[in-house]
Design a protein around this ligand. Structure first.
Ligand SMILES: Cc1cc2nc3c(=O)[nH]c(=O)nc-3n(C[C@H](O)[C@H](O)[C@H](O)COP(=O)(O)O)c2cc1C
Length: 158
């Protein structure tokens, strides 16, 4: 079974995009089709038809999603589409220096997607920029297990 995965990237300074590119380079093969899209200009139609998505986003402002994710987030919040055919995972980039709002961008997407009927696979990956680890390395390790879980979940659902 081929796994079709779309990574949606919310980023301000490119870290989340770098993480997504590393994941695409590593996991895109004959069994797993990985496509990366920046969230810029996207609306709820990005989820039309359902499928498997990985939200890879940082956090800015007062625990907000980054600027390029704001229109998509707002479109989902106001349009309230039925996302029951969507399965997703979350990679949330943040910094524990912002204790009150650590990784809130990813957490906000998680809350909103699940409220719209989408179902998360696996635990959210939280990356702390102050920890000294490379987000792309942490993500590669996390995503190997996550993709296995997706295969399992989608096989069971088929
Ligand atoms: C102005 C500013 C505000 C930030 N606010 C938060 C925040 O509220 N919570 C958090 O966890 N991280 C926060 N961060 C950390 C970023 O989310 C983190 O550095 C992330 O890796 C950046 O990824 P990006 O380059 O993809 O945007 C902030 C960073 C900056 C520069």
């Amino acid at each position: 079974m081929t796994l079709d995965l779309t990574i949606l990237v919310g980023t301000m300074t490119g870290t989340a995009q770098l993480v997504a590119q590393e994941l695409e380079l590593t996991f895109d093969d004959e069994n797993t089709h990985v496509k990366t899209r920046l969230m810029d200009g996207l609306d709820a139609a990005a989820f039309a038809g359902g499928g498997l998505f990985l939200i890879c986003t940082s956090t800015y402002g007062q625990g907000d999603v980054p600027d390029n994710a704001k229109a998509l987030y707002a479109a989902l919040e106001t349009g309230r589409p039925d996302l029951s055919k969507v399965r997703y995972g979350i990679i949330a980039l943040g910094d524990r220096t912002y204790a009150e709002t650590f990784c809130n961008g990813g957490k906000r997407f998680d809350t909103l997607l699940s409220a719209l009927g989408a179902r998360r696979i696996g635990d959210t990956m939280l990356h702390d920029a102050s920890a000294g680890t490379m987000p792309e390395e942490v993500a590669l390790e996390w995503a190997g297990t996550w993709i296995d879980r997706c295969r399992e979940a989608l096989r069971l659902a088929a």
